[in-house]
Design a binder for this molecule. Structure first.
Ligand code: SF4
Length: 335
């Protein structure tokens, strides 16, 4: 059983339906997210996996309602969070959601930290913004949060530049969790760190997630991180989720040709290098998506119909595993 499942309830905390986010530019429309569907229960962690340009970060910015507008726009769909559609909320209402109920950790900690304010005060600021506490209480809680992420009180008054990259990311995690959010979105939080520090930060996130029972979306291109930390995985391609399921189910029995390609392109120390099969071609330009299934130019098992019709329905592989590919629907006409 995945370690966090025991804490997860059956209630969907996040339920995204047919979300589309486009950037309207002078050169054309960038269709970054297209009819995306995703759901997450309380206490669950989902890995959002895909190559650069798959729309992972735009999806996260959409949930936070931070897509820069213009040129970006949520052009369709719903983002149901704890029963409310975030796409319908006013900017003022969203300011109360961000940081308090949904937090986000970005790849580069320096982009989220203020270089001229001591780290303790930056955490206290977030607490003061969202909670009815005195300044002294906020500072005390900030120090407590720093301790939780492994930063001793003596260092609480230091500035971001006095910390290493890994320690700075710990500060960012402390800020993100300071108000005990229901959902934490992490966008490649360890990519900028070296491998040992990466492992420490991931371990810390795993422990804190367990302690706070926070639901988490972990954006990554690394299936190893998903295996380590997530309960569920959603594979994204050209702005859509093409396969989603319980981690064990999907890892043991991947169905979508793109997912199978991702697994085949992973190095295996027990096999020789010749067994490494990278997926041919590149992620399509979101300004010029191919007709039919956007994966068809790279798909080894594409049928003629795949060039004309895009798969629109999910097919159940099992109770907790769904795939969106014409191979599994009855529209291929047996070709
Ligand atoms: Fe390949 Fe067709 Fe499935 Fe797309 S719909 S992944 S082209 S088989």
């Amino acid at each position: 059983m995945p370690e966090n499942t025991a804490q997860a309830s059956n209630e969907a905390l996040l339920d995204i339906q047919d979300l589309s986010i486009h950037y309207i530019t002078e050169d054309g429309t960038v269709r970054a997210v297209n009819n995306l569907n995703l759901s997450l229960k309380r206490g669950e962690t989902i890995g959002l996996v895909g190559e650069t340009g798959a729309g992972k970060t735009t999806t996260a910015l959409g949930i936070m309602r931070l897509v820069p507008d213009p040129p970006g726009k949520i052009v369709g769909g719903r983002i149901n969070f704890a029963g409310e559609d975030l796409t319908q909320k006013s900017d003022a209402a969203m300011r109360n959601v961000r940081g308090k109920r949904i937090s986000m950790i970005f790849q580069d900690p320096m982009t989220s930290l203020n270089p001229v304010i001591p780290v303790r005060d930056q955490i206290a600021e977030v607490i003061l913004l969202h909670e009815k506490v005195s300044a002294a209480e906020a500072l005390a809680k900030a120090e407590e949060m720093l301790l939780k992420v492994g930063i001793r009180s003596e260092r609480a008054r230091e500035y971001p530049h006095q910390f290493s990259g890994g320690m700075r990311q710990r500060v960012v995690i402390a800020i993100a969790l300071a108000c005990n959010p229901e959902l934490l979105i992490s966008d490649e939080p360890t990519t900028a760190l070296d491998v040992t520090i990466q492992a420490q930060v991931l371990e810390l996130m795993k422990n804190l997630k367990r302690e706070f029972n926070t639901s988490m979306i972990m954006i990554t291109h690394d299936l190893g991180i998903v295996a380590d930390i997530c309960d569920k995985v959603a594979i994204m391609y050209a702005g859509s989720v093409v396969e989603i399921g319980d981690k064990y189910d999907l890892f043991r029995n991947p169905k979508h040709p793109y997912t199978i390609g991702l697994f085949n392109s992973l190095p295996d120390i027990e096999k020789d290098e010749d067994s490494l099969k990278p997926i041919k071609g590149f992620m399509p330009d979101p300004m010029d998506l191919p007709s039919g299934c956007p994966f068809h130019p790279r798909c080894d098992v594409a049928k003629p119909i795949c060039m004309q019709a895009a798969p629109s329905e999910y097919v159940n592989v099992s109770e907790n595993h769904r795939v969106k590919c014409l191979l599994f629907s009855d529209t291929t006409g047996g070709e």
